[in-house]
Write a protein that binds this ligand. Sequence first.
Ligand code: GUN
Length: 296
Amino acid sequence: MSASILDGKFLSQKIRASISADVLDWVEKGNRTPKLQVILVGENPASETYVGAKTKACKDVGIESDTLILPDTVSEYELKGVISEFNKDQNTDGILIQLPIPDHIRKLSIIEAIDHRKDVDGFHPMNIGRLTVGQPSFRPCTPAGILEMLNYYSIPTKGKHAVVVGASNIVGSPVAVMLSRENNSGKATTTICHKFTKDLTKHTIDADLLIVATGQPGLITGQMVKEGVVVIDVGITRVADHTTERGYRLAGDCDFDTVAEKASWITPVPGGVGPMTVAMLMKNTLLAAKNSIYTD
Ligand code: GUN
């Protein structure tokens, strides 16, 4: 078998065009232009690139955005003060703190400081909790983008074995919850693997759907998957490559060529999950502006 491509770039453009029309409609009805406030702490080249992509997407779909850049010496107390101001600001609909943040700041404490009604990343315990019990919530962008892709390409998940490698709060844990519960692209039997998993191949080889989110380039090889598997590669790591102009290339968690030989579907890196994450952020920001999640 040779895999077909799950084209996140194409699908994200389609979704962005539809969000763009929705934003225009919202504003034409006399509402304020939705606004996303991004906070970037310190100088991390990858984070700067991601934030650049997010603010460009805002501009493209008609959402206003502002990026506050803070030095990596900022204290947790100061950062919470900044968040508190944005929580109160009537013109700010969504607040996004680009991760990672420096180690001296307690990440979970910062996420909890964001008003959950403005938590467009869907990381606040209120949103994760509601997601887990099936209440309306902001859905974390990368997992939401993955389910959107599976749904669009009509990939069956009900009763299938979904294996998630990586148990992070950003991707692995919430995607496992969503795949096991949700009606669209859910209802799968789900296994979560992580760095303590013994004999990873024992699990990956049994996957009908394999989601890999570890940040370890090439972790999954063709020998570790079965024929016909659907593979979602969330990894996007900068690997030194002096043959390229910028000095690096982007590598996923899968050894693409050997995995694609056996898979039925696979996401490319780049152009797979990444653009879907950004599209879902736009969707969440518009939902935040409409204040339409917390209706019950
Ligand atoms: N860092 C890596 N992925 C993400 C994400 O989805 N949101 C934020 N805020 N930071 C990230």
